[in-house]
Design a protein. Structure first.
Length: 617
């Protein structure tokens, strides 16, 4: 019996106008209003019977005009601040974007549902207007008809039992094998081809920094899905190129990862154009990427192919970053950590370590070497604040190159806490690049953040906004540095490969009173790594720059687990995996971590290189 026949065996076919799919979810549109009003319980009952996610909606023909629906919603929520209401009639769905989602409880949702006959989705509006969120949400609503048909086709493909291509499972390393950057892995099961991340190398522009996709095992057009762990360029930067060459499949990720990825990709285009580089793709390709995203929450289990179930878990790296758990045919379970940190941070909670089953672990090793140990957070902050105070007292400027997502917000919160605790004076903090916009995105998704930050946002306190936090623009750069007033500048990019930080550095490098404070990983070959390694004369904008400013690094801010955290994470993993693949680290670090995991936990380990094919037993 197929799915429709199973549904018709439970519900009278005459009461049903159509059955559609939204990815793994089955939507039943009914003609009977009373049936719809009782649909929540009925949907659960049907879901239990047929073992599929079910939602019952009313036939769109029964809906009132849009203005009447909006009027009813505003009357019901008259004491709640609403930013916008979007109605997708063909889906009988209303989106309510509000600054106070915590005030709309299940009782109010049920009233709205019964009064409007619409499926209700509540979205949090950022505390300060976010251009990227406004654009993305508006764009997706405008293209919702296309998205509905796309999701319906995906749902049909998920149900389809395809001919087996292989009689085993395997993983092919397309990037991040014995290197940091261009993360990309091809998972091949008996029926499916899935890409785990698809990023750019640390340099972002040279051809050898792209994933290794020209292999016979990978046919892009036969790719079933892409899963994105998080929104840093070295994990998401190659995705729009797949759409540029004609792929039109689903991309699974969290909602904040989708929004931040769009921002980061647009910034990549902007920097590429400014530096006269040939970008891999256009804005049109980024829009195609957005149209094909399927967002899921942490802990939500969803079918993504006939033989694969996906669950995303908090990775404690940046907002929305995920560990990817894949259940293959109920026989083999793989956990891909992406980038992660085990110890909690100001922004994020500690990651999950308990899973029902786990056979293979795909784990990063950025700081996996024998000598890789981050200073404690307390020690790092103490030295960081001391050095900044010393710089300020000398009348200098502090330049902090950051990854716009996560590190920028973490550092800003640390500085504001130090000011609140009188450890630093009320100094001007200039923010430039996409750090500000990313901070506003954080306020739209507090459920992905630590309890402390979530609590502030949910009480309408913006933790990233103060009078002394100033959003700078390009024309301000030289004036900020040449001013006699000390200041702190937080700007992208984190590895000094481009972005506004280069202009600030150009103006500030020659003054020994200034401080260049590295709080992010500096990959081999990047300008940041060269400066950190001791180079004191570099070329910027075809000009030779002598570096006289002080240069320090503060690794306790890292969003990556160090060696001790990695071993602690594996220690607490339940169940313990049978094999571990050590990736996303320089060759020596992958080798050292691989040996340590094998010796300490008796887990079979590999540190694969680009192009290697690993069987999953």
């Amino acid at each position: 019996m197929n799915v429709q026949e199973e549904i018709f065996s439970i519900l009278d076919q005459k009461e049903i106008s159509k059955i559609k799919y939204e990815g793994a979810k089955i939507i039943i549109y009914v003609k009977n209003i009373e049936l719809f009003k009782n649909g929540l319980e009925l949907g659960k009952e049907i879901a239990m019977r047929i073992k599929k996610r079910i939602e019952i909606r009313v036939d769109p023909k029964l809906l009132d005009e849009d203005e009447k629906i909006k009027s009813k919603i505003h009357n019901i929520l008259q004491n709640i601040k609403i930013k916008d209401v979007y109605i997708e009639r063909h889906r009988s769905t209303v989106y309510i974007e509000t600054y106070e989602p915590q005030s709309i409880n299940i009782d109010l949702i049920n009233i709205i549902r019964k009064e409007t006959l619409c499926n209700v989705i509540i979205q949090r509006a950022p505390l300060r207007s976010s251009k990227i969120i406004n654009v993305i949400r508006s764009y997706l609503h405008k293209n919702s008809l296309y998205k509905s048909e796309f999701l319906n086709n995906i749902g049909l493909k998920i149900l389809e039992k395809k001919p087996e291509k292989l009689n085993y499972y395997r993983l092919i390393v397309l990037g991040a094998g014995r290197e940091v950057g261009r993360s990309s892995f091809l998972l091949q099961t008996k029926e499916s081809n899935i890409l785990l991340d698809s990023g750019l190398g640390a340099g972002n522009y040279s051809e050898d920094k792209y994933p290794f996709i020209n292999i016979p095992e990978l046919d892009i057009q036969k790719l079933d899905a892409v899963i994105i762990s998080h929104a840093h360029l070295d994990h998401v930067g190659f995705i729009p190129y797949l759409f540029r060459i004609g792929w039109r499949g689903p991309v699974y990720l969290t909602e904040p990862t989708r929004d931040i990825a769009a921002l980061v990709l647009l910034d990549y285009l902007k920097v590429s154009n400014r530096q006269n580089k040939n970008a891999l793709y256009t804005i049109r390709d980024i829009k195609e990427f957005l149209k094909h995203t399927i967002t899921i929450n942490y802990g939500e289990v969803t079918d993504i192919a006939s033989d694969l179930k996906l669950t995303l878990h908090n990775a404690n790296h940046i907002l929305g970053a995920s560990m990817v758990h894949l259940n293959i045919e109920g026989k083999h379970n793989l956990l891909y950590t992406g980038d992660y940190r085990f110890n909690p941070t100001k922004l994020l909670e500690r990651p999950n370590t308990r899973f029902q089953r786990l056979e293979t672990l795909l784990i990063e090793s950025t700081y996996g070497g024998i000598n890789d140990k981050h200073a404690s957070r307390e020690e790092t902050e103490s030295i960081f604040i001391h050095d900044i105070k010393e710089t300020i007292e000398k009348g200098g400027k502090v330049l902090i190159p950051v990854l716009a997502v996560g590190r920028g917000q973490d550092v800003l919160l640390t500085l504001l806490d130090a000011i609140d605790n009188k450890l630093l004076p009320e100094i001007k903090i200039y923010i430039e690049g996409i750090v500000w916009e990313t901070s506003m995105i954080h306020t739209a998704y507090p459920e992905f953040l630590s309890k402390e930050i979530r609590g502030k946002i949910e009480t309408n306190m913006n933790p990233f906004e103060r009078e002394n936090v100033i959003r700078a623009i390009k024309k301000d750069r030289q004036e900020i540095i040449s001013s006699k007033e000390p200041a702190i500048i937080i700007a992208t990019s984190g590895m000094m490969q481009g972005g506004p930080i280069l202009d600030y550095f150009y103006y500030a490098a020659g003054d020994e009173r200034n401080l260049l404070a590295f709080v992010s990983y500096q990959a081999e070959g990047t300008l940041g790594r060269r400066i950190l390694s001791g180079e004191r004369q570099v070329m910027i904008n075809n000009n030779k720059i002598d570096i006289k400013m002080k240069v320090n690094r503060y690794e306790g801010f890292s969003g990556h687990a160090d060696r001790g955290e990695t071993l602690a994470f594996i220690k607490y993993l339940k169940p313990r995996p049978k094999q571990a693949l050590i990736i996303h680290g320089e060759e020596e670090k992958t080798r050292e971590l691989s040996y340590s995991i094998y010796r300490k936990f008796n887990i079979q380990t590999y540190n694969p290189k680009i192009g290697d094919i690993i069987g999953l037993e």
